[in-house]
Design a protein around this ligand. Sequence first.
Ligand SMILES: Cc1cc2nc3c(=O)[nH]c(=O)nc-3n(C[C@H](O)[C@H](O)[C@H](O)COP(=O)(O)OP(=O)(O)OC[C@H]3O[C@@H](n4cnc5c(N)ncnc54)[C@H](O)[C@@H]3O)c2cc1C
Length: 357
Amino acid sequence: MLPLNHFDHLIVGQGLAGTALGWTLQQHGYHTLIIDRGEEITSSKIAAGLITPITGLRLVVSWRLEEFLPYAVRFYREIESLTGSRFLELNPMLRLFASEQEQEQYQQRSQTHFPELVSIPEPLANESEFDVSQGGFEMQSGGKLDVPTYLEASREWFQKQNCFLKADIDPQQDLAWKADQVQINRLGVSANKIIFCQGIQARHNPWFEKVPFEGVKGEILTLKIPGLTERRVVNRGVWLAHWQDDLYRAGSTYDREHLDCEPTVAGREEIMQRLTEFLKVPFEVVEQRAAVRPVIRGRLPVLGLHPENPCVGFFNGFASKGSLQTPWMAAHFADVLEDKATPEKQLDLSRKLKPKS
Ligand SMILES: Cc1cc2nc3c(=O)[nH]c(=O)nc-3n(C[C@H](O)[C@H](O)[C@H](O)COP(=O)(O)OP(=O)(O)OC[C@H]3O[C@@H](n4cnc5c(N)ncnc54)[C@H](O)[C@@H]3O)c2cc1C
């Protein structure tokens, strides 16, 4: 038998999670192989990649925004310059109110909770394009990651370094253990650790069957809107984001029951209905896609090494915040792998593996 090609780490999955971890471990000087099976539809590949500073009906500032956002911007800019591609756009975002309650919420919270993040431009938007009658505000520090371009540029880079392999890993059949190492004989590789970054697919991984995955299916439409001039992301119940030329993306839905990647008529109608409540110009739906967000009970990311086998790692649970959170979390996980830190308590895998009492 030929000797196995040895790595420090194998990363299974090259979505937002595996990609950020792959870059981070490479930056720390490790020899890491990233393995992905190349599915056409995944959560990351269909994600809008929005980084929205203030979210929800209650207008809540995104968790640890002031810490994660500057980290993420530096991270993506560095990769842009290494790979010679462009995928992060920073732009204000427009939030339009849908009710008097939302206006009141804004009055109550804007000066106390996020004065530096918001302003009210005059006019808010082009009134022939949008219904702005209920008012709204503009958020600074908004961002949009072109996720497919980021993933592709990263994969090409990893491939050039001989650090990427297209393969489907069966965690039950493929892994062999020898002297604190993991081996995948079929692929001719071994490593000190294998780190699973499989998104919602980790529900089927026997190592993580106790992790309380919830999963939330989301649908997104691609729209053709000739002549629309707005380039900011506009949000009122659903968001509308410019993509390229006269194409826009709009979404998304939240379905906790049907955890599949099938686009539905109900999903399409829900987005269109909400959109027509504030978009005044006609549009044509040119594509519809669906995928499942990897949500874990508690709605925070989860990371760490398996308490029964420290060769096995887990990096997952990025819900709707993969673009914002994966760079910082990858750095935190790298510190854990180097024994410089223990996982923050609320993110720790071992807590999620214990049955809830
Ligand atoms: C409709 C929708 C809208 C979203 N909008 C946003 C948004 O605006 N902003 C934002 O930040 N996030 C958004 N997200 C969510 C965000 O993108 C997720 O947090 C992120 O995609 C999770 O990335 P991941 O790498 O954990 O999982 P995934 O993207 O699922 O990646 C996992 C990868 O692992 C591979 N894989 C799995 N099992 C195996 C195996 N056994 N062998 C080999 N490869 C394997 C898969 O093929 C895949 O490539 C959205 C998601 C959806 C569905």
